[in-house]
Design a protein around this ligand. Structure first.
Ligand SMILES: Cc1cc2nc3c(=O)[nH]c(=O)nc-3n(C[C@H](O)[C@H](O)[C@H](O)COP(=O)(O)OP(=O)(O)OC[C@H]3O[C@@H](n4cnc5c(N)ncnc54)[C@H](O)[C@@H]3O)c2cc1C
Length: 393
């Protein structure tokens, strides 16, 4: 009797496709095909070179329909939240940098304008951003204020009818390639958001170099040196920290799915490798120690997927609370990075180059663990929810 049988991919074993509607699956498959054809052949080189052809890529992603895809109107596709999550998963199976471009564009910059902007701001920016003809960035973090954005030093002061912005933002995705920056600043009253065309005098965005993570992504500092804006530049519907936090919640939701894409790519790559690689005269995949690792990773990937789909369904029913997004972001990124590192052990030395995507994903996930709320911040959010005690300070 044969001891071997055809292998089943980890998520197929979980049967999670049965939980996804036909329309959402079709959208997901289109993004998967795009990643296979346009991203996978190139991304190892982009990563090594520390660059991303962001302008061309934005246009292609716009044509694919994923920029602001879960928003209604203004040239956006108006898909389900679950479909958006699944698209993030496929994009991040390509590279976290690609998914970051899409998250920042759709969930941070476009969402901020869509949710908090004036009709004039929406008309001016959203259709171009959905098409990928204009790139957006989102400036919240500062050199001294990451986890505690309430302390921000960037100021917006009134001068007649104008606003004048001064300060520095740090670690801003898409910053140097952006046409428009959504910048959050402290005013005499509350934190307000501003729509800043990046050709406004006094605005500059030097790129941050020497990154060892998210190398196929543009990360920048924003320098605001007396940037003068008309009164119409302020986001009228956002006052206080709840404005930027509402946007972060959207992007975090995408990451709940996205991180699993990187993990899935690592695991599938590793299973294929272990089946091919002979060690002591038999396939690495046939050893119990290897199978124990693969089984545990399959479990965590599948559990993460079930959690993501559950949160997607809650979001589609407009019942998703921020604390629940923290559950997903904390678990799925933490498990994804653990999977990537474990996969690297199975690849041995072959795992340390860009010939395989595993270490690239692992390095990328270091950033994903930190941005959009660090793991510790999400632990504190969950801790507050279940104890009623805030332990942030
Ligand atoms: C590649 C990349 C892209 C990014 N893109 C953007 C972007 O587009 N826009 C934007 O605004 N920001 C962006 N960020 C910034 C990101 O959101 C911040 O890095 C993140 O919020 C953490 O801030 P920090 O790096 O200053 O760390 P810190 O806030 O200094 O945290 C340092 C450590 O302290 C821990 N910590 C914080 N508070 C507590 C506490 N109360 N108790 C215990 N431990 C605590 C943290 O968890 C962390 O481990 C990006 C970051 C990266 C790396």
């Amino acid at each position: 009797m044969s001891r071997s049988s055809a292998p089943v991919s980890p998520l197929r074993l979980f049967g999670t496709d049965a939980l996804i509607g036909e329309e959402d699956r079709a959208l997901r498959d289109a993004v998967r095909q795009f990643v296979e054809e346009k991203i996978r052949p190139e991304v190892g080189d982009w990563y090594e070179q520390g660059s991303l052809p962001a302008r061309d890529m934005a246009k292609e992603l716009g044509a694919l329909g994923v920029l602001g895809m879960h928003l209604e109107g203004y040239g956006c596709a108006g898909t389900s939240a679950t479909a958006y999550g699944l698209a993030c998963m496929e994009l991040e199976a390509g590279d976290s940098g690609l998914r970051s471009l899409v998250s920042v564009q759709g969930s941070l910059a476009m969402f901020a304008i869509w949710k908090h902007g004036s009709e004039e701001q929406k008309q001016e920016w959203l259709p171009r951003m959905a098409a990928g003809d204009a790139i957006g960035c989102f400036g919240l973090t500062e050199p001294d204020f990451g986890s505690n954005p309430a302390g921000m030093r960037t100021r917006a002061r009134r001068d007649g009818d104008d606003w004048v912005l001064t300060g520095n933002k740090m670690w801003i995705t898409n910053g140097s390639v952006a046409d428009v920056a959504v910048v959050w600043a402290q005013t005499d009253e509350r934190i307000r958001g501003f729509v800043v065309p990046t050709d406004t005098p006094g605005f500059s965005a030097p790129e941050i170099k020497r990154k060892l993570s998210l190398r196929a992504s543009v990360t920048s500092e924003l320098v605001l040196d007396d940037v003068r804006l008309p009164s119409s530049a302020v986001l009228p519907e956002a006052a206080g920290l709840s404005g930027p936090l509402s946007c972060l919640n959207e992007a975090r939701f995408g990451i709940v799915f996205g991180a699993l894409g990187a993990a899935r790519d690592c695991l599938e790559t590793t299973i294929a490798y272990a089946r091919e690689r002979d060690i002591f005269d038999r396939p690495l995949a046939s050893y119990q120690l290897t199978q124990a690792k693969l089984a545990d990773m399959t479990l965590e990937l599948g559990k993460g997927m079930l959690l993501a789909l559950h949160l997607g369904r809650l979001k589609d029913a407009e019942q998703l609370a921020p604390g629940q997004v923290s559950l997903g972001k904390l678990n799925n990124v933490r498990e994804a990075i653990a999977i990537a590192r474990e996969c690297r052990t199975i690849l041995g030395a072959a795992g340390i180059t860009t010939e395989f995507p595993v270490m690239r994903h692992a390095n990328n996930l270091e950033s994903v663990l930190t941005y959009e709320g660090t793991s510790e911040v999400h632990q504190l959010v969950i801790g507050k929810a279940v104890t009623g005690e805030a332990a942030f300070r």
